[in-house]
Design a protein around this ligand. Structure first.
Ligand SMILES: Cc1cc2nc3c(=O)[nH]c(=O)nc-3n(C[C@H](O)[C@H](O)[C@H](O)COP(=O)(O)OP(=O)(O)OC[C@H]3O[C@@H](n4cnc5c(N)ncnc54)[C@H](O)[C@@H]3O)c2cc1C
Length: 599
């Protein structure tokens, strides 16, 4: 029997699980097929960028991640001196202050996957079907123009039985050796000579002084990257060792890795008290030649980009591919936007993949140049790369959902259209709680219209706020036009107000109702959409206007996507542009089902 599904996710690694979590969060059922018999239990990647921690926070699972992980706060650099010994040559903050309110952390990939598996189950009882080996994926191109069709045919085997699935959409999240990619006839392009890396998770017995810090060692005997692992009491540590050119991953033994580590740390004592996982694997710097088939099958994660583990990007970029496509699929399947919204996945993530490969080439060269780069140059290159390795440089090109308006740079000098909105502390008006602005941007599928209206005790700002509030409550408001049938006014687009200055001088009735609408199960006023850039009682002042470069006199309206990327920055007086922006790609609900979209 053929089973029909809206979305079929091939593989339950980082990319597949993140997309499945989004779909579950938005109430969309999907099918996740996984070859393994159960969840991953050990090993592979461990570095979680600041941006990935922000994503976990937005799904409401950031606290677990932060509690269980090692926090990477400092990096230490060691290099060989003239006599061949290694010496400490510098230290720096791992993430330069001000880049993100979240730290870079380390947690094993099995647990990171586990956090997703738990939350998708919590959100929508979404499960994974284990033991399914996907053998083939094909698309019937004659059906792809009908949004209701199931043009993707997936053939899988379980316990010797062949099972067929038909899907509206499929995601190829089946890793570096992707069967889906091969079925579609796509190739990986890029470097053919694969560097081999050894990695081991073990408990070291050593007198090397920086063993509990992220440390890079460039010695005459080779290069070593030390990553302390979660669980302070256990002292688990990861060593990454680049193995000599010509090494074959399959022939590497644990003793080879131990021997290399001893040679690199030769002037220190090192024994391996316990080794819990090790691997040697070859990684080429490559990306797929195509990222989709008829916009019905999308490639994500290692299935479309592979590179070295030096900068700790693999799991993060893969997971962020899933994060990019998940909400878009949910939006289309709910009938809120036409399928052409999905084309922006390819526009945005293909560029990220190519940037990743280029960055990895640069970073690998920096790491491996064996004596050609001085310790000072190496350290400088490492620090300069910090924003990239924190996951904060992705900039999406113009499209219907990324709308570069003239003069937006002057309205907010530290907000870049197409990049994720930076966060600072604000004080919530209803309960005086100091919170990060980003906590207002939960991953729940909604768009946000964020009104930075300046000091509303001033009459000029107040009249601008009232004009905006009246517009957002009017019949022509995009909040009304695109809301889901019978759902709350903020079900698709949520208005948020960020005032400037003393919150205590403002009464709630001075703030337009658009920012405290009646909503929720009990249909009561939602007071959690109003924030002030003000001093908190015990956590200082976030100075968010200054941080974002918004003038308290002029203000600005910032439109933010469901994934916290900035769609547009608009002048307070130009509020009608908000409606024009959403008309570009959202389908008015209750009106014609398929209006002309500008996508
Ligand atoms: C052995 C190994 C060690 C690694 N070590 C590190 C490291 O130390 N540091 C680092 O940064 N990165 C490391 N990586 C890379 C990192 O794990 C990946 O970049 C990241 O997991 C990519 O996520 P993904 O979801 O694209 O793919 P994966 O996490 O590889 O997930 C793919 C999933 O698809 C499943 N699958 C594959 N084929 C099929 C099929 N035909 N049918 C059904 N299911 C299928 C797989 O079982 C797997 O669960 C390692 C990768 C490997 C393979």
């Amino acid at each position: 029997m053929v089973e029909k599904v809206d979305v079929l996710i091939c593989g339950s690694g980082s990319a597949g699980l993140c997309a499945a979590t989004w779909l579950a969060r938005c109430g969309i059922r999907c099918k996740v097929l996984e070859r393994r018999d159960g969840p991953m239990t050990m090993g592979q990647a461990d570095g979680v960028q600041c941006r990935t921690v922000e994503i976990f926070e937005s799904f409401g699972i950031g606290e677990e991640l932060l509690r269980e992980s090692y926090h990477v706060l400092e990096v230490v650099f060691w290099a060989a001196n003239g006599s061949g010994d290694i010496k400490r040559t510098g230290r720096t903050a791992d993430t330069q202050p001000g880049l993100s309110h979240q730290p870079h952390v380390i947690l094993n990939q099995a647990r990171i996957n586990g956090l997703f598996i738990e939350s998708m189950q919590r959100f929508n009882d979404q499960i994974i079907d284990y033991g399914f080996d996907i053998k083939n994926v094909e698309v019937d191109s004659s059906l792809v123009n009908d949004p209701q069709s199931y043009p993707v045919k997936v053939t899988a085997e379980k316990e010797g039985r062949t099972e067929i699935f038909e899907a509206k959409y499929a995601l190829a999240c089946d890793g570096a050796h992707s069967t889906v990619r091969r079925s579609l006839g796509y190739k990986m392009i890029g470097d053919s000579s694969d560097a081999v890396w050894g990695v081991m998770d073990m408990v070291p017995r050593t007198d090397f002084p920086d063993i509990r810090k992220k440390t890079t060692i460039r010695s005459k005997a080779g290069n070593l990257l030390i990553i302390p692992r979660e669980g302070d009491a256990r002292n688990l540590t990861r060593f990454y060792i680049e193995l000599p050119a010509g090494t074959k991953a399959k022939e590497v033994k644990l003793e080879d890795l131990q021997q290399s580590a001893r040679a690199i740390l030769s002037q220190y004592r090192i024994e391996f008290a316990e080794t819990v996982w090790w691997s040697a694997y070859a990684i080429g710097q490559r990306h797929a030649d195509f990222f989709h088939r008829d916009y019905r099958v999308f490639l994500a994660g290692d299935a479309c980009h592979t590179h070295s583990p030096k900068a700790g990007q693999g799991m993060n970029v893969s997971l962020q591919d899933g994060y990019n496509i998940g909400w878009k699929l949910a939006t289309v399947l709910k009938g809120l936007a036409p399928p052409s919204l999905l084309e922006t996945y390819v526009l945005e993530r293909q560029k990220v993949a190519i940037d990743l490969i280029n960055f990895d080439r640069y970073f690998s060269k920096l790491f491996s140049s064996g004596g050609q780069t001085s310790p000072a140059e190496f350290q400088e290159g490492f620090i300069k790369s910090g924003k990239y390795t924190a996951g904060l440089t992705a900039k999406y090109d113009s499209s219907a959902i990324t709308f570069h308006t003239e003069g937006s740079e002057q309205l907010s000098t530290n907000i870049v259209t197409g990049m994720r909105l930076p966060s600072s502390q604000v004080v919530r008006y209803c309960d005086s709680k100091p919170v990060q602005l980003m906590t207002a941007l939960k991953s729940d599928g909604r768009w946000r219209v964020m009104a930075f209206v300046g000091d509303i005790s001033k009459s000029e700002n107040k009249s601008k706020l009232n004009a905006l509030g009246n517009y957002l409550s009017s019949d022509e408001s995009p909040l009304h036009r695109f809301r889901q049938k019978d759902a709350d006014i903020d079900s698709v687009i949520e208005p948020i107000l960020v005032g400037y200055g003393k919150r205590h001088g403002i009464e709630l009735e001075e703030i337009p109702e658009a920012f405290h609408p009646i909503a929720g199960k009990n249909q009561i006023k939602d007071l959690h959409k109003i924030y002030f850039d003000d001093e908190s009682y015990n956590k200082g002042h976030g100075h968010v206007y200054e941080y974002l470069g918004i003038s308290p006199e002029k203000g600005a309206v910032v439109i933010v996507r469901p994934d916290q990327y900035v769609s547009a920055v608009i002048g307070l007086d130009d509020y009608r542009q908000i409606g024009r922006f959403f008309e570009g790609f959202l389908i008015p609900q209750g009106e014609s089902a398929s209006p002309e979209s500008k996508l």
